[in-house]
Write a protein that binds this ligand. Sequence first.
Ligand SMILES: Cc1ncc(COP(=O)(O)O)c(C=O)c1O
Length: 390
Amino acid sequence: MIDRRSQIVTNDEARRWQREFPGLADTVHLANCSHGPQARRVREALDAYLEGWRERGMDWDAWMGEVDGARRAFARLIGAGPDEVAVSTSASAAVASIASALDAGGPRRRVVTTEAEFPTVGHVWLAHRKYGLEVDWVPVRDGAVELEDYETAIDERTALVSATHVYYQNGFRQDLERIAELAHASGALLLADAYQSLGTCELDVHALDIDLLVSGNLKYLLGLPGIAFIYVKKELVERFEPALTGWFGRVEPFVFDVRTLDYAADARRFETGTPPIIAAVAARAGMEIVQEVGPARIGPRIEELSAHAIERGGALGLEYVGPEDVRRKGATTAFRVPAPHETEVTLKESDIIVSARGDVIRIAPHFFTTIDDIERALEELRRSAGSVRQ
Ligand SMILES: Cc1ncc(COP(=O)(O)O)c(C=O)c1O
């Protein structure tokens, strides 16, 4: 299916990939910032898991192998080692695990975070104020977060900078490498939330010098809800002892020693209870597809589709609200419309799936999106946004 000669996913290739997603036969799916469509291979993996459960009843060794397979697939996607990745259950739970490992009573008790975070992340930090953590906000100004505002906020009291890679609302993409430099210059760590970017571009945690990273799988990674991952830089692992813990975070979970709290030597120390096996099965199959297409080839295609959407949307009179430079944005392209939710529902009636958030409609393509899909959605959006009451 892949055009091996091309450094970028081509329009023909996108069209061919649509066959992998039966639902795309009659639907334009542009809500990948919310949930990706169902891939054949993901469905087959899930069916095989359900079949095995029915036939064998209990198959722990194979199931734990599946969870480990998902961990390895995630590690590969972000350029990490499998020992640097823990399995969690949602991005919220993953951030809460990290929060529970910080020293909220020490001299470094400040978390610098941004107004561009998905609210769940801010909520976790705010909830930890009761243990002594302090939260400092970097503002969103004109839809963007400026590096100079990080410089002002980060100081020697900062334990951690918590920054989203891509702003869920308008697609603005942050420069994680620079933010890591700013955090490290003050002795702080960087936690990146890559949920809105992974799968749409290359991301190498070692090259960017990211300390911690979280993401779930149901958007551009084509998986199911119920699983998320935590990356922890190898050199840092042993300094964390999360209070949000459980038997899967132990050195040897199957020793069953209730009186001993020993933390696994690797990132697994961030794990808690029985892992989400069925979601791991889907996550692995989904990430394998993304890996096969190649994030390095998806990134430029997303830029191409973004440029097209911005230009075409402008020509149709739609109000675009994200960064003009496509290199400063992720896959989401946002247009302000009078009644976003009603518009989402109207487009769905025409088999076009987009996602409403706040005062915008988000158009979020993936490697299987064609130029025609974007055209169709924008024209329908213009028609519909013009017809809903203000
Ligand atoms: C950037 C980002 N972070 C976190 C979340 C929430 O993840 P979860 O529901 O797994 O906690 C989302 C969900 O849309 C998101 O876009």
